[in-house]
Design a protein around this ligand. Structure first.
Ligand SMILES: Nc1ncnc2c1ncn2[C@@H]1O[C@H](COP(=O)(O)OP(=O)(O)OP(=O)(O)O)[C@@H](O)[C@H]1O
Length: 236
């Protein structure tokens, strides 16, 4: 059973259809890419999956259970965590405390301090653990967001442009982290504009354009798909 199933999801902003009958799935142990030109509907789909926006049609299932009418807190308790395209860290807290706040809310709360140190090691944040989040370069702040999402021990992890602002070395380490999270059995869904990263880490890619899924499959098939090439060529 898929960790995440989205079926026929439609969202309109006024008269503009941001999502039009969208269906995607994500499995545990796999990295699923969600790509598409600017304005395709990727962040809106994350909002629907995480419970921040109610679709006008369609369903969201987590581990086979219909959560379409459940709020974000219920979905989080069921194992969902996400990061945001716009950074949402507590700027006046250190990196360690940002992680701790999340860990104390999650299923690992009784061992929160230890869990946080494990995440700091795993993501390579030891050097900045005591730095205030406001003082971090964007690429590092995005890693801290990922760390904060991990602090609730998610089974379904939605990452919205996590590699933006990272240099080539950071992106390479980040790719290894994504593979290792999938290796732990997490279902990772990745929205990302860095095509090199998407193509190298994803097991499967779904392509959105103007609110519709125009292609889905293994990265090497999707990158040759004519509808996908046309959608990206049309991007100004
Ligand atoms: N709050 C909103 N009110 C009205 N329209 C919105 C709102 N949020 C998004 N939209 C519109 O919905 C469509 C999908 O936007 P969305 O942000 O989901 O796309 P995206 O694929 O995440 O884009 P990007 O890659 O630029 O982040 C776009 O046409 C956008 O202008």
């Amino acid at each position: 059973m898929a960790s995440l199933e989205v079926e026929g999801v439609t969202v309109a902003y006024g008269g503009n259809l941001a999502l039009d009958g969208v269906g995607i799935t994500a499995e545990r142990g796999r990295v699923t890419g969600l790509i598409g030109p600017n304005g395709a509907g990727k962040s809106t789909l994350f909002d629907v999956v995480s419970g921040l926006r109610r679709p006008s049609a369609g369903r969201v299932l987590m581990d086979g259970r219909d959560v379409t009418r459940k709020g974000p807190a219920r979905r989080a308790r069921h194992g969902l965590a996400r990061t945001f395209q716009r950074l949402e860290l507590f700027g006046r807290l250190s990196v360690r405390d940002n992680l701790l706040v999340a860990a104390e809310l999650g299923p690992g709360r009784r061992h929160a301090a230890r869990l946080v140190e494990e995440i700091i090691d795993r993501i390579g944040l030891a050097e900045v653990a005591d730095v205030l989040a406001d003082a971090l370069p964007t690429g590092v702040a995005r890693l801290v967001e990922v760390g904060r999402a991990l602090a609730v021990r998610p089974t379904l992890l939605l990452l919205d442009e996590p590699a933006a602002g990272q240099d080539a070395g950071e992106t390479e380490r980040f790719a290894a982290l994504l593979r290792s999270l999938a290796g732990d059995g997490t279902a990772v869904v990745l929205v990302e504009h860095d095509m090199g990263l998407v193509m190298s880490v994803c097991d499967e890619v779904h392509v959105l354009d103007l609110g519709k899924v125009i292609a889905a499959g293994p990265p090497e098939a999707v990158r040759r798909d004519e509808a996908v090439l046309a959608a990206y060529l049309g991007e100004s």
